[in-house]
Design a protein around this ligand. Sequence first.
Ligand code: SDX
Length: 429
Amino acid sequence: MSDKNYTLTGESGSADLPSYSGTLGPDVADVRKLYAQQNIFTFDPGFASTASCRSEITFIDGDEGVLLYRGYPVEQLAKNSSFIEVCYLLLYGELPTKAELDKFDNNIRTHTMINETMLRLFNGFHHDAHPMAMVSGVVGSMSAFYHETMDIHNARHREIFSHRIIAKLPTIAAAAYKHSLGQPFVYPRNDLDYSSNLLQMFFSVPAEEYEIDSVAAEAIDLLLILHADHEQNCSTSTVRLAGSSGTNPYSAIAAGIAALWGPAHGGANEAVLRMLEQIGSAKNIDEYVAKAKDKDDPFRLMGFGHRVYKNFDPRATIIRDMCHKVLAKLGRDDDPLFELALELEQVALKDEYFVEKKLYPNVDFYSGIIYRALGFQPSMFTVMFAIARTVGWVSHWQEMITDPEHRIGRPRQLYVGPAARDYIDVAKR
Ligand code: SDX
C-alpha cells in the first residue's frame, strides 16, 4: 500500500513517486513509472539505495546490528535451534512442529546421495582445482540430471528441488574435497544429522573407524545457521536475477555459488586466513593497517567492512565468542592466528580510519579460524559458506518465482560511450 507520496521535480515537470512502508526498515519510493513520466533513470551503482523486491524472509538493521530470519533474531536461533530447523523456517516461513520437523529432516536425510554418473564428473577436474570451481560446476550439472522435476511453475517440483539441493550440497562439497586429496569418496549416512554427516563425508576414510566430534558438529551447525541467509546480498541477488529469466533453479543456484566465490563476498573467509598468514605476527599489524588505509594500495583488511552493517555484524560477535569455546574444546586455544585476529581487531577498531568509515569485523573475519581448527583447508571455507547459504538462495528463488510482481530483471544504464558515428574503411584508418 502507498502510505505517502514523494515528488521528484525536474526540468520537465514533476513526478509523483508512491511510497510504501514495510513491517520494519526504511520506506521505499516506487520509481517504476519515473522513466515513462520523466524520461530519466535512477542511478545507483552497486544498488546501495535500491530495494529490488518485497521480501518476507530476512531483515537486517545495519545500524543496530539486527538480523532476523522470518522475524526470529539470529542470536536466539543460534542458541536454541538447529540448521535443519532453520532451513524449514526459511523455506516455509514458520517454525515447524515436531512432526513437521521430523518429516522434513527425514526428507533431507533420504536425498543426500548423488547420482553415480555425477560423481564421475569430479574425475574431469585436476586434483588442484579450487573446490568452488568443482562445486559450482557440479551443481550446474544437476540440471542435466533432473529433467522430470524442473517445471518452475509446479509447486511440488519446486519443493523437490529445494529438498534435493539442500540435501546434496554437503555430499557434492565433500566429493570435491576428497577428489582434491586423491582419497576415496565417502557416501552419506542417513542415520546421522546434517552436520555430523558432513563431517564424516569430509574426514572419514575407509581404512579406519571415524568418531564424530560432537563439539565439531555443534560448531558446524552453528556456523551453518549464521550463514544461512542475509537479505539481498550479492549472491542472493544473482540467484534472483538469473532465476528471473525462468532458467532452471539448479543453474540459478550455480550462478549464486559463482558470485559468492568473490573475495569481496563469501570468498573473504579464505582471504582472511591468507591475510592473517601473510601478516604473520602482531608486530606487523600496523604496517598492514596502514596498507589498508592507503588509497593507492589495493590491499584491504579482509573480514572488515560491510555494505549494510555500520555498527557491528551480530554474526561476527557470535562466531568470535564461539571461537574461544571451540578452540579450547579442541585443544587449540593457543592458535596463534586466533590471537593475531583478536589483536588485529583491537588495533583496527581503535584506528580513526576504520572508526570514521564504520568498518567492523564481519561474518568472515573469525569463521575461517574455526573452519581451520575443525580441519578444513582454506580453499574449502567458501564451500562451507555455500552449503549454508543454499537454503537462503532457494528461499529467495522460491519467493521470486511465486511473486506476482516479478518480471525478468533488466536494469538500464547511463551511457557515456561514443555518440553514433560512421564506419571507416580499414584503408582510411
Ligand atoms: C559478506 O552483503 C552481504 O550481506 C554479504 C555477507 C552475506 O552474509 O551475504 O554479509 C557476506 O560478503 C561479508 C563481506 C566480506 N567481504 C570482506 O570482508 C572484504 C573486505 N571488505 C570490503 O571489500 C568492503 O567492506 C565490502 C565489499 C564488504 C563492502 O563494500 P562497500 O559497501 O561497497 O564499501 P566500499 O568498498 O565503498 O567501502 C567504503 C569505504 C571505502 O573508502 P572510500 O572510498 O570511502 O575512501 O571504506 C573503505 C573503502 O576503501 N573500506 C575498506 C575496507 N572496506 C571498505 N578499507 C580497508 N579495508 C576494508 N576491508
